[in-house]
Design a protein around this ligand. Structure first.
Ligand SMILES: Nc1ncnc2c1ncn2[C@@H]1O[C@H](COP(=O)(O)OP(=O)(O)O)[C@@H](O)[C@H]1O
Ligand SMILES: [Mg+2]
Length: 253
C-alpha cells in the first residue's frame, strides 16, 4: 500500500484576472474538497488555464482570495506554491529537450532531495512512477526531446506526481496520450483522490469528464456558470452550460 496523500482543502473566492482589456476571470468562487477530483470545464478561452496559472504562481490575481486549508494564501512564485503542496501539469508540454527522461522528471525537485537521496534511488523512484502511469515503456536514459509528444506528456505528468503533491492540477494534460496510457494516468489520479488528495482536472472532453470527476465547475467567458456533482450532470446540460450565450430570439406578435 502506498501511504495516504495528506489532504488539502482549497477555495478560490471572487478571483479576477485580466490581461490588458481581456477579462480572463471575473469574480470566480469555487470550493474544492479534499479527497476529490474536481473538473473545470469550459470552451476555449473561458479562463481555465488562467485559473490553473493563478494556482501555480505563474500569474497573480488582480483581486479575490485563495484559501488553502481555510487560510488565505498569497503565494507569488511557483516555488511558493510548490512548497505549499501544489503541483501542476501545464497545457503546454514543458520539457528540457537535451536532458534525459529521468532528469526531466526530477527537474525543479527540491535540492535537498537531490542532495540526500542517492542517484540510484532517485532513478528507481522515477522508473517506478513512469511504470505506474504508462503502459507504454518510456526509456529513462533517452533525451526527452527525441521522444514523441505522448511520451513527453507522460514525463511532465510523472514530474508532478513524483513530488507527491497534496493538490495536483492537470490542465488538458492527457490530450496527447493513447487510450491505454490515459487510463493508467486516470487510475493513478483516482487513487490519489481516494487517498485524500485533491485533483483539479481540466478538460473539455466529455468522456474524460464523466470518467473521472466527482464535481464539475463550468466556466464561460471567465465566469463560473455552475458547480455540480457528477451524478447531477448530463452531457447535454454541461454542453448547454458551456455554450456561449446566444442573443435572445426575436419574438413576433
Ligand atoms: N498571456 C495572455 N495575454 C493576453 N490574453 C491572454 C493571455 N492568456 C490568456 N489570455 C486570454 O484570456 C482568456 C482566457 O484564456 P485561457 O485562460 O487560456 O482559457 P482556456 O484555458 O479556457 O482556453 C482568453 O480570452 C485568452 O485569449
Ligand atoms: Mg487552456
Amino acid at each position: 500500500m502506498t501511504p495516504d496523500v495528506p489532504s488539502a482543502s482549497l477555495a478560490v473566492d471572487a478571483i479576477s484576472k485580466r490581461y490588458g482589456e481581456t477579462v480572463a476571470l471575473d469574480g470566480v468562487s469555487i470550493d474544492f474538497r479534499p479527497g476529490s477530483v474536481h473538473t473545470i470545464l469550459g470552451e476555449n478561452g473561458s479562463g481555465k488555464s488562467t485559473l490553473v496559472k493563478l494556482l501555480s504562481g505563474v500569474v497573480f490575481k488582480d483581486s479575490g482570495r485563495l484559501l488553502v486549508d481555510d487560510v488565505p494564501f498569497e503565494g507569488r512564485t511557483p516555488a511558493q506554491f510548490s512548497a505549499r503542496g501544489f503541483a501542476t501539469v501545464f497545457q503546454e508540454v514543458l520539457i528540457a529537450p537535451d536532458r534525459t527522461v529521468t532528469d526531466n522528471v526530477l527537474l525543479g525537485m527540491d535540492r535537498l532531495f537531490v542532495r540526500t537521496v542517492p542517484r540510484q534511488h532517485r532513478e528507481a523512484r522515477v522508473a517506478e512512477m513512469l511504470k505506474r502511469i504508462a503502459v507504454s515503456a518510456v526509456p529513462p536514459d533517452a533525451l526527452a526531446g527525441s521522444l514523441p509528444l505522448a511520451q513527453q506528456q507522460l514525463i511532465v505528468i510523472a514530474r508532478a506526481l513524483v513530488r507527491d503533491p497534496r493538490i495536483l492540477i492537470l490542465d488538458e494534460a492527457t490530450a496527447a496520450l493513447d487510450h491505454a496510457d490515459r487510463e493508467a494516468v486516470f487510475v493513478e489520479v483516482e487513487r490519489r483522490a481516494r487517498a485524500g488528495g485533491l485533483v483539479l482536472f481540466i478538460s473539455h472532453r466529455m468522456d474524460e469528464v464523466f470518467r473521472l470527476s466527482d464535481r464539475i465547475s463550468v466556466l464561460r467567458s471567465g465566469r463560473l456558470v455552475k458547480t455540480l456533482a457528477r451524478g447531477d450532470a448530463t452531457t447535454d446540460e454541461l454542453l448547454a452550460l458551456m455554450a456561449p450565450v446566444r442573443p435572445p430570439e426575436a419574438h413576433h406578435g
